[in-house]
Design a protein around this ligand. Structure first.
Ligand code: T4K
Length: 361
């Protein structure tokens, strides 16, 4: 079976070496030395000043919302993974859906203005597939209306925008290091920001609000991650340049193979060094997408509908605003297999199957 993604697995003996250290220290979690080392190495690799490693990308979003003290309404995108919206609701805020841009598939800044009310406190935008949102426009809106700006950067490891890590924009950015992501710690994520005070608050929240064994500063949660996960991250980080290069080759090969008037792609923002984290394909209709999905599966190739359904349709999202572009794109998109090690022969086979459907319909 060719799967939509597959985690990069480092040489086992390199992981075992880290395990030997964990065994000898008897230290498994609660801000251990490998967690600290991973945080340092991630900051160095991504040129970031303030980052904490957390349990997953969802808790990173929850901590971001809590650390910024948000309440009321948060304007967000319907075209993302469910965690972007559910974390807003989980934190007691109301998600308000803006539509997305036809070209980038990211939140459309021009659709935000009509959603702003006196209750709006923030914008939570996803850089979908690691492709930068219209950051200058979002920053301008946030400044004009006194809103906080959070970027869900779950897909963004390695993407650079205007010469800086994509994670360095906004009040807070969050990352996911889930097994399906190009950089993985199994489960994991990060909270990134530019303010040391904000990071201090986020770090307190990650550990129940503890300032000392018997003292607390505010409400917290368990957002910590373990030495075992950090060890996997440290192993994988050594191979990240190779992973990024391989994905670039695979992406460019797909682009050459999969040229067809009925296939469309999101436009990558200018001035971007892209990480090639997914390979989404937009078909001309829902029906064509379904036929391709079935044809591939019949031939042992699994895909995923990242991102369907449009999050506007969730029953816990108040349906005040229409998001026709997001709803339409979500119904027609399919992500094809994309991972380190996917061979050109496998890509050619996938392409043949896609064309078999397109040329018959
Ligand atoms: N924000 C955004 C924009 C996100 O995309 C996500 C997560 C989050 C926030 C939240 O971050 P986390 O809390 O998850 O850190 C996956 C992931 O579970 C999820 O992390 C991800 N986004 C979402 C887009 O996709 P599934 O349900 O597609 O995964 P699954 O288990 O069906 O796996 C897909 C394929 O990957 C399998 O066919 C085989 C392969 N696979 C998977 C795993 C887990 C492996 O080969 N090995 C593995 O260990 O959700």
């Amino acid at each position: 079976m060719i799967t939509v993604t597959r985690p990069f697995m480092p040489p086992l003996d390199e992981y075992v070496e880290y395990l030997t250290g964990i065994w000898s220290r008897n230290w498994i979690t609660n801000n251990g030395p490998l967690v600290n080392d991973l945080e340092l190495q991630l900051k160095e690799k991504l040129h970031l000043d303030h980052l904490i490693f957390v349990a997953n990308g969802t808790i990173a979003l929850q901590i971001a919302i809590k650390a910024l003290g948000l309440a009321g309404e948060i304007i967000t995108t319907p075209y993302s993974y469910v965690a972007t919206t559910s974390s807003i609701v989980w934190e007691g805020c109301r998600p308000v859906m803006a539509d997305i841009c036809q070209r980038s598939w990211n939140i459309d800044p021009t659709s935000i203005a009509s959603r702003i009310t006196p209750q709006t406190t923030a914008i939570l935008a996803t850089h979908v597939y690691g492709n930068p949102c219209d950051i200058p426009a979002l920053e301008q809106i946030a400044r004009d209306h006194g809103l906080k700006l959070i970027f869900d950067g779950a897909h963004c490891f390695g993407t650079r925008y205007r010469g800086k890590s994509l994670m360095s924009y906004g009040d807070i950015s969050t990352m996911s290091f889930h097994a399906t992501k190009l950089f993985s710690t199994g489960e994991g994520g990060a909270v990134v920001c530019n303010s040391p005070e904000l990071l201090r608050r986020a770090a307190l929240m990650r550990n129940f609000g503890h300032t000392a064994p018997t003292e607390f500063d505010g409400v917290g949660i368990n957002g910590k991650n373990s030495e075992l996960h950090a060890a996997l991250g440290l192993c994988n980080l050594k191979y990240i340049d190779r992973i990024l290069q391989d994905r670039k080759n695979i992406f460019e090969n797909y682009r050459k193979l999969l040229r067809h008037p009925d296939i469309k792609y999101p436009e990558i923002a200018d001035d971007t060094l892209y990480n090639h984290s997914y390979y989404p394909v937009l078909f001309k209709s829902h029906r064509t997408m379904q036929l391709v999905e079935r044809e591939l599966l019949k031939n042992q190739v699994s895909t995923r509908r990242y991102f369907y359904p449009s999050l506007s349709s969730l029953d816990y999202v108040p349906g005040r605003f229409a998001t026709p572009i997001a709803d339409d794109i979500a119904s027609r998109v399919l992500c094809l297999p994309m991972y380190y090690g996917l061979s050109f022969a496998e890509q050619r086979m996938i392409t043949r199957l896609v064309f078999r459907v397109l040329n018959n319909g």
